[in-house]
Design a protein around this ligand. Structure first.
Ligand SMILES: Cc1cc2nc3c(=O)[nH]c(=O)nc-3n(C[C@H](O)[C@H](O)[C@H](O)COP(=O)(O)OP(=O)(O)OC[C@H]3O[C@@H](n4cnc5c(N)ncnc54)[C@H](O)[C@@H]3O)c2cc1C
Length: 387
């Protein structure tokens, strides 16, 4: 970095230190690039309670998330028996009865999931080097599911009753809308826990950013101007930063306010309360209390005895709790951007690169996407790329 009287100058600035920005920064650091990360916080939508036990954003990882596992400080296996279904006065589990009643539908879904996983993992393995759009569009299985609505897939495969009884509730808890409205790609991605081990996790961000923590500056970028040989960034704190190349690792809703806007998928918002209190007797389950999609609610009893209450629409905490004390509450805006099948252009203008979870959502995929974006930056700089 060099200082001028007005601004700090870097070869590359990465805006945003969520998993996408950190994945990008990690690869730039490995190549000795002069860079800074400017972000409102570290972790973004991976956000953990002060006692490092409860995740407020991303909650689970499957065993296929190989990039994330080295950075975990804590993980706990999630079991199917952890899910307590509530439908009116009914309280039930996924078990032998479900398997007997829905054996045919379950077998079809299991076959599809196994096939999809093979293609999905192959795509992930190549995604640090090639764009998601190229990888998905060149794979007939992924391409079909990316552009198909899950509602159509559910009808086509005769899964309607299974979905209504057993799948829509845990899927609502994964992405906060009716599962029939998401692309089949997302529907199947969020059902991987049916066939592979899945963990609640806590990420250690000092491990993720090891070696480049001092490159991360806490600030918020409000405006970007192009100058002759790069960019000037204006921050909320009144600082100016300059760079030759710029990576925007912010959610696309924010990126679109900073540069020329491009079409994106529709967003999903959700709110949560992290509370201590007394839950009503009828919802007093040891782990996850899940409801039909139209109830817009999931409640998780956490390891430390506190509760997470996630909802969309009206806050109805009093319907579920006798008394409560709020530890934290927040609305994620956006929580996820996954309703649709648009791809974004990750190199939309000379010198500008994007990294995010838009094309494929998840912590693992955001991190991989950041690494891919770093590759594009390094190529643009003429740097020889290490693996
Ligand atoms: C409630 C919820 C549950 C989820 N569950 C899961 C799950 O179980 N498993 C899973 O894998 N994924 C899950 N996800 C999705 C996952 O969290 C995201 O896909 C991933 O974390 C996105 O990373 P990102 O870096 O693209 O964006 P973000 O994490 O949003 O990072 C963006 C960063 O940019 C910063 N920023 C924004 N604007 C500015 C600005 N103007 N100036 C400077 N900095 C700025 C932010 O502070 C943030 O640090 C969940 C998300 C939510 C919200």
């Amino acid at each position: 970095m060099s200082d001028t009287s007005q601004a700090s100058f870097y070869d590359v600035i990465v805006v945003g230190a969520g998993l996408a920005g950190l994945g990008c920064a990690k690869r730039l650091h490995q190549h000795g690039v002069d860079f800074a990360v400017i972000s409102e916080n570290i972790g973004g939508r991976v956000n953990t309670s002060p006692n490092a036990r409860v995740n407020y954003g991303a909650y689970y990882l499957t065993e296929d998330c190989k990039n994330m596992f080295p950075f975990l400080s804590h993980r706990r296996l999630i079991r199917l028996s952890d899910f307590h279904y509530r439908r009116g006065s009914r309280h039930y589990h996924f078990g032998i009865k479900a398997i007997i009643v829905y054996i045919g539908a379950l077998f079809r879904l299991w076959c599809d999931l196994r096939e999809f996983r093979v293609h999905f993992v192959a795509m992930r393995n190549r995604a640090v080097g090639e764009s998601r759009e190229t990888l998905i569009e060149s794979d007939p299985v992924l391409k079909k599911y990316y552009h198909q609505m899950a509602g159509d897939y559910i009808n086509e495969r005769g899964l309607g009753a299974l979905v209504s009884e057993y799948l829509e509730a845990p899927l609502w808890a994964s992405f906060f809308v009716d599962c029939r409205r998401v692309p089949t790609f997302v529907f199947l991605q969020c059902l991987f826990p049916m066939i592979i081990k899945t963990y609640a996790f806590v990420l250690d961000f000092s491990k993720v950013s090891a070696g480049f923590t001092n490159h991360i500056l806490q600030d918020s970028i409000q405006k970007i101007e192009r100058k002759q040989d790069g960019f000037v960034l204006y921050s909320r704190k009144g600082s100016q930063y300059e760079c030759r190349r710029l990576v925007l690792a912010t959610p696309m809703t924010i990126t679109n306010t900073l540069i020329t806007s491009q079409p994106i998928k529709k967003t999903i918002e959700c709110s949560f309360m992290h509370i201590r209190g007394t839950i009503k007797k009828e919802f007093d389950d040891p782990a996850y209390t899940i409801f039909p999609a139209e109830e817009h609610t999931v409640i998780s009893r956490e390891e430390d005895g506190s509760y997470l209450y996630f909802y969309t629409g009206k806050n109805r905490v009093a319907d579920y709790f006798v008394d409560w004390e709020t530890i934290t509450q927040h609305t994620w805006k956006p929580a996820l951007i996954l309703l649709g099948d648009e791809y974004i252009n990750v190199h939309p203008e000379p010198g500008i690169f994007l990294a995010n979870d838009h094309d494929v959502a998840s912590t693992e995929d955001a991190f991989i996407n950041g690494k891919y974006t770093a590759k594009l930056v390094l190529e643009d700089m003429g740097t020889e790329i290490k693996s």
